[in-house]
Write a protein that binds this ligand. Structure first.
Ligand code: PMV
Length: 369
């Protein structure tokens, strides 16, 4: 493993001095992402077993504001949205703990966070990628403010991606707009297991306009937490095959993005989604995450494609379906989604999203969306 880039921040010579009870706040909005080539399984040190490739979303975002205060006995992260037992606290504290180890000035702060997702609660959309990346950006900004560390935007996002990975693997891909790649892969310069890189140089401009309708088949919390899911790949009978397949699919998907080959990209994404579920179903113990609505939507998407509609599906580790289509075909595909797919969704919930520009810092005081 290489030296953590966070350590560089400590080299600053003149950190800011804060008076007791002095406060300031930072806020970041960060998006969720959907993987086209899946990260499933990890190695020691929160490193991925395989490389992955994702599209950053536009509307599905988390906005997080962190208030920093300096007290005689610093308390770390105290609350989220005023809740001392918020379900996100353990993951956020884990990230803070790890970052404090790398950047010791973070041990001197007391933090309270307010956070809000743009997507409605109980829609089953994984919020850890957006939530953890937003918090990593806030913590890094706080560290830079205290240490008066200045760096290029590119270096800042690189370090933020490295840090976000320690909180949630897929979060490290949310730091970049468009498409991101995470994981060391042959012939991809700069690729690394330790952070994601922007895949912009591989992506045709038309692909950057990709649409994604998130079909909420079930808003129930996931029955398989991803930490347990990643472990289930160890000793899995399909392990070796999966390692090869992910790298092959990554190269093929990047080739399709470059060539604006929507059909090819779709066939890889569908194969990856079904492989993810096959791995989950055939693990020991196995879990069936698809619901009847999931399967119904998959059949209808494939039938519609035979009639000439350009669309494909992908799945996260859950029952909900992402249907992706080119911006130029939005009118016909969205009419099909509303008439044929929406009735299969829980409370007819569909979130129309698209490829987005990545995180943004904000200065207003409320995290309203
Ligand atoms: O980042 P985690 O540990 O929540 O894992 C996410 C794994 C998948 O969402 C299923 C796939 C992926 O690459 O995002």
């Amino acid at each position: 493993m290489s030296v953590s880039p966070l350590l560089r921040l400590n080299e600053t010579v003149s950190p800011r001095r804060f008076a007791l009870n002095e406060t300031f706040s930072v806020g970041w909005q960060s998006p969720s992402n959907i993987a086209l080539v899946k990260y499933w399984g990890k190695k020691e040190g929160q490193l991925p077993a395989t490389p992955s490739l994702s599209m950053t979303l536009d509307r599905a975002v988390t906005r997080t504001r962190v208030i920093v205060s300096f007290e005689a006995s610093p308390k770390g992260l105290v609350s989220v949205n005023g809740d001392l037992f918020h379900p996100f606290l353990p993951k956020m504290r884990h990230l803070l703990h790890w970052m404090t180890h790398e950047i010791p000035v973070l041990a001197g702060v007391t933090l309270t966070a307010t956070t809000e997702n743009s997507f409605p609660h109980s829609t089953g959309i994984a919020s850890s990628a957006s939530g953890i990346s937003a918090f990593a950006l806030c913590l890094l900004t706080i560290a830079c403010d205290i240490l008066k560390a200045e760096m290029k935007q590119e270096d800042f996002m690189h370090i933020a991606s490295y840090a976000a990975r320690m909180g949630s693997g897929s979060a490290c891909r949310s730091l970049y707009g468009g498409f991101s790649e995470w994981g060391k892969a042959q012939d991809i310069p700069g690729s690394s297991d330790e952070f994601a890189i922007p895949a912009a140089s591989y992506v045709h401009p038309e692909m950057m306009l990709m649409k994604d309708a998130i079909l909420v088949v079930s808003g129930d919390p996931k029955s398989l937490p991803s930490s347990m899911g990643h472990q289930s790949i160890d000793g899995h009978p399909f392990f070796n095959g999966r390692m090869k397949q992910a790298e092959t699919n990554l190269h093929a998907a990047l080739g399709a993005l470059f060539a604006n080959d929507f059909e090819k990209l779709g066939s890889i994404a569908e194969c990856e989604a079904l492989t993810l579920h096959a791995l989950i179903m055939s693990a020991n113990p196995g879990t069936l995450l698809m619901k009847p609505g999931t399967v119904g939507i998959i059949h209808r998407v494939r039938e519609a494609r035979k009639t000439g509609l350009p669309l494909f599906f992908t799945l996260d580790a859950g029952a909900n379906v992402h249907v992706m289509y080119p911006a130029g075909e939005a009118v016909s595909v969205e009419a099909f989604i509303r008439s044929a797919l929406q009735p299969l969704c829980e409370n007819e919930r569909v979130i129309f999203d698209c490829c987005g520009p990545g995180p943004a810092r904000f200065n207003d005081t409320r995290p309203d969306l």
